[in-house]
Design a protein around this ligand. Structure first.
Ligand SMILES: [Zn+2]
Length: 318
């Protein structure tokens, strides 16, 4: 492309046109994201979440993926957002701000009508991020944002910064006092590591207690809460022994074993792990280790949906 032959006016017109096309494309992308979500396509392709799919399969940066995801959610509940994106009256960052507020309100049990959302969005049109934040703060009484930082450093140590509520801090202080024999210097890093070791040991047995591995796994995770966890579906809880669970977790390398049928991609999420019956109990499957596997919650739910379909078909009179 030879820019030397283009006048300033022409250059500006071209760029305006490209920006318009980009906004139109953004809207179409959000619609596609919602369709992928409604089909569980990201799960079927071996990704544990839409966020993971956007980052790993579509190569968005984490912040770009987060903004698109939040805007897509808002588009679902407030379809009028589409026209605002295309006209440029609202951008993805503003929609993300709004969606975060709605999630916070939802967490507090406050229902916000879509009428109210529409009104607030109108007042945010063509405003800066700072001005939008101010509008949202007055409309929704936002809680202060506590940012958590997990940063790998040069010497392979990891710096973590987070804010505790008074209750959380008191609980940690009590643990520090109870652990004062094992951690006489009482440093928080030692106390937290000791707690993690004890927890891991209770879940994984003595042989599998490796805090270094736990740290590196945690650092790679994209999710907000990062400890690998193990919660078998409640109704099977008593039937699967702790020994079997430990064996299954070790065999799965503490990660989801879901494999995408077409590509063979393995999910490998280490968040909210659960025990799944490959052949469901309702279809004659057993509690034996050969019929059990480790899945993340999202893939366990996908498997449950599928087996629900199978059950329906089998039970349906032909
Ligand atoms: Zn998974």
């Amino acid at each position: 492309m030879d820019f030397k032959k283009i006048s300033n006016e022409e250059l500006n017109l071209r760029l305006e046109k490209l920006a318009r096309s980009e906004r139109k494309l953004t809207h179409v992308i959000l619609l596609h994201i919602n369709e992928v979500d409604s089909r569980d396509l990201h799960l079927k392709m071996g990704y544990e979440s839409l966020f993971s799919y956007l980052v790993k399969a579509l190569h968005y940066s984490e912040s770009a993926a987060y903004r698109r995801l939040q805007a897509a959610r808002l588009l679902k509940t407030n379809p009028e957002v589409a026209a605002k994106i295309e006209s440029g009256a609202l951008n993805l960052s503003q929609l993300t701000q709004m969606q975060r507020c709605l999630q916070a309100e939802n967490k507090r049990g406050t229902a916000v009508t879509s009428q109210k959302v529409t009104e607030v969005l109108v007042s945010m049109e063509s405003k800066s991020i700072f001005e939008s934040e101010k509008i949202l703060a007055t409309e929704f009484a936002l809680p202060a944002k506590a940012k958590e930082i997990t940063k790998p450093q040069k010497d392979e140590t990891i710096r973590i910064e987070f804010t505790l509520t008074r209750e959380q801090f008191e609980a940690l202080k009590q643990a520090q006092s109870l652990l004062s024999h094992q951690c006489p210097d009482g440093s928080w890093s030692e106390v937290i590591t000791q707690l993690a070791k004890k927890f891991n040991q209770s879940k994984m047995g003595k042989g599998n207690n490796n805090p270094t591995t736990e740290c590196s796994e945690t650092a790679q995770s994209n999710t907000a809460t990062k400890k690998p966890s193990m919660a078998p579906r409640a109704r099977y809880r008593s039937a699967i022994s702790a020994k079997t669970k430990r064996y299954l977790l070790a065999k799965a390398h503490q990660a989801c074993e879901y494999q995408a049928p077409r590509t063979g991609r393995r999910c490998q999420a280490n968040f909210q792990l659960e025990v799944d019956h490959i052949k469901p109990l309702a279809l004659g499957g057993e509690h034996r280790a050969e019929n059990l596997r480790i899945l993340c919650r999202a893939h366990n739910q996908l498997a449950a949906k599928k087996s629900g379909l199978r059950r329906f078909r089998l039970g349906h009179p032909h």
